[in-house]
Write a protein that binds this ligand. Structure first.
Ligand SMILES: Nc1ncnc2c1ncn2[C@@H]1O[C@H](COP(=O)(O)OP(=O)(O)O)[C@@H](O)[C@H]1O
Ligand SMILES: CC(=O)N[C@@H](CCC(=O)OP(=O)(O)O)C(=O)O
Length: 301
């Protein structure tokens, strides 16, 4: 036997071992719902987008039920800039007037949603694009928030406009989609009980869907390796008490606060575990589902 044939046989055996190692995970998650929140910061690079779509198709092909819930905050921001519409965030949520809502719906339920659907279909999957309006999948109520007024030092109610908080999730729509072997791709735009259209934070939206379906995993794909401690090191696991302390001392701030809070909320509503991972790493979803330790921060009951 020549050296090159021996090496090639070893390489083939190693490939076979890697494929074989996937078996326990395929068995663990067989027929289980995996909600993947694809954040706007994790999108943009075409190679990463292809790898993401491929991972989702692989989960489906392996017998799991992936549901993609996507964001698009930076993309909404660019479109609003182009149109000269000013936008601001309060308590991590975009203040959404009627003109802003029109753009949010166009960007989220329109271009981004269809880009993800096309990317999944291009990898051989069968995706269907939805938003909270389709089949009344998610109904929301107007979000209420308070903020400390620096002058009076009193808590004041702030009006965020058309920003919604999920109130009712109707899993029947997703059950029907699953029966047809389709992969749902859901945009966080939803009707209010008042008949208006509302903008929902994509993390909150993903958490509500994962909770209603008692998903086995809720994955957040963002632009950092996970939750980082005071020294910037990755926390492989996070308890509620640790999270509360890190929020109180400012280590967890900005968009990471609703993400972490959504994780604990989803666990309370029946999700087995939530994970925050770096969506800027190729095949982040596969690494999370098909390995024992995963790559990001695991939050579980
Ligand atoms: N302790 C922390 N660990 C990691 N990221 C943090 C932490 N505190 C704040 N962040 C910020 O949270 C951001 C992720 O949240 P967000 O911008 O809402 O992401 P996405 O658009 O993916 O939902 C990170 O880019 C980081 O700047
Ligand atoms: C109310 C609110 O803030 N909605 C978000 C919805 C998109 C989102 O959450 O996108 P990411 O996941 O990429 O941040 C927004 O308008 O930006």
């Amino acid at each position: 036997m020549t050296t090159s044939t021996t090496e090639s046989a070893e390489a083939m055996l190693s490939r076979a071992r890697i494929i074989s190692e996937a078996l326990p995970y395929m068995q663990r998650y067989d027929d289980k719902t995996i909600v993947v929140k694809y954040g706007g910061h994790a999108m943009g690079d075409p190679d990463l987008a292809r790898a993401f779509a491929r991972d989702i198709v692989l989960l489906k092909q392996s017998g799991m039920k992936p549901i993609v819930v996507h964001g698009g905050g930076p993309q909404i921001g660019s479109m609003l800039d182009k149109l000269g519409i000013k936008s601001e965030f309060k308590n991590g949520l975009r203040v959404t007037d009627r003109a802003t809502m029109e753009i949010v719906e166009m960007v989220l339920a329109g271009s981004i949603n269809k880009q993800i659907v096309s990317a999944i279909n291009a990898e051989g999957g069968r995706a269907i694009g939805l938003c909270g309006k389709d089949g009344n999948l998610v109904t929301v109520e107007k979000a209420t928030r308070t903020m400390r007024d620096p002058d009076s030092e009193m808590e004041k109610v702030i009006d965020l406009g058309f920003v919604g908080e999920p109130k009712v999730v109707n899993p029947a729509v997703l059950d029907m989609v699953a029966k047809e072997d389709l992969i749902p791709v859901v945009a966080p735009v939803a009707p209010g009980v008042d008949g208006e259209t509302y903008n929902v934070n994509a993390d909150t939206f993903a958490g509500a869907i994962a909770g209603a379906l008692h998903a086995a995993r809720l994955l957040f794909l963002t632009d950092v390796p996970g939750v980082l401690d005071r020294d910037g090191h990755l926390l492989k696991q996070l308890t509620r008490a640790e999270a509360q302390a890190l929020i109180a001392d400012g280590t967890i701030s900005g968009g990471m606060i609703p993400k972490v809070e959504t994780c604990f909320d989803a666990l309370k509503r029946g999700v087995d575990a939530a994970v925050i991972v770096n969506g800027k790493t190729a095949h982040a979803v596969l690494l999370e589902i098909f390995t024992e330790t995963g790559a990001g921060t695991l939050i579980r009951r």
